[in-house]
Design a protein. Structure first.
Length: 173
């Protein structure tokens, strides 16, 4: 039996304290055994988090390196200027923030289930926007064929595992 430790203090102050009362134990969060789908979902979130968190490097990358990467990707010299630098660093920072969020969500997929569902759905919509941007911007075909489909794959797997985990939760209840 778990008792709120503050209850003993309040009982003592109100003169209702009884030495026979059980010793207060700290309240613990009940840990449910995780299902296979929940464990898989946690790993997908961690891998997604690791990949997107790695964008933190580009936030602090020297401009010369950015220019070299731009050229190596077959897009010629980078346009340079404050707007290019701002957008490159900001997008990289947002990807890194997303990676941190994925790691956080992976710590308790049951508790954060609704947020995981939202993230997976918004990533699916984002994949459509990415595809449109990639085509409109004239990015190389390899880029167009990899970026949006990869986001669709990862977010689709996340959503599928979330649905399976939710079913497992209900079955275990």
């Amino acid at each position: 039996m778990q008792i709120d430790p503050g209850e003993t203090v309040r009982a003592r102050e109100a003169g209702r304290y009884n030495a026979a009362m059980p010793t207060p134990q700290p309240l613990e969060r009940v840990r449910h055994p995780s299902t296979r789908a929940e464990r898989a979902l946690a790993w997908v979130l961690r891998v997604n988090g690791a990949v997107t968190l790695s964008a933190i490097v580009a936030v602090f990358m020297p401009l010369g390196w950015m220019d070299a990467v731009h050229a190596r990707l077959g897009m010629g010299p980078s346009p340079g200027g404050p707007m290019f630098e701002y957008l490159a660093r900001t997008v990289s920072a947002l990807y890194a923030i997303h990676g941190g969020l994925c790691f956080l969500l992976s710590t308790d997929v049951r508790r954060f289930g609704p947020v995981i569902t939202y993230v997976a759905c918004i990533e699916l919509a984002f994949a459509g926007v990415l595809l449109w941007i990639d085509v409109k911007a004239g990015l190389p075909a390899a880029w167009v064929l990899v970026e949006a489909p990869a986001v669709i794959l990862v977010s689709g797997v996340m959503l599928g595992l979330r649905v399976a985990a939710r079913r497992g939760e209900r079955a275990g209840s």
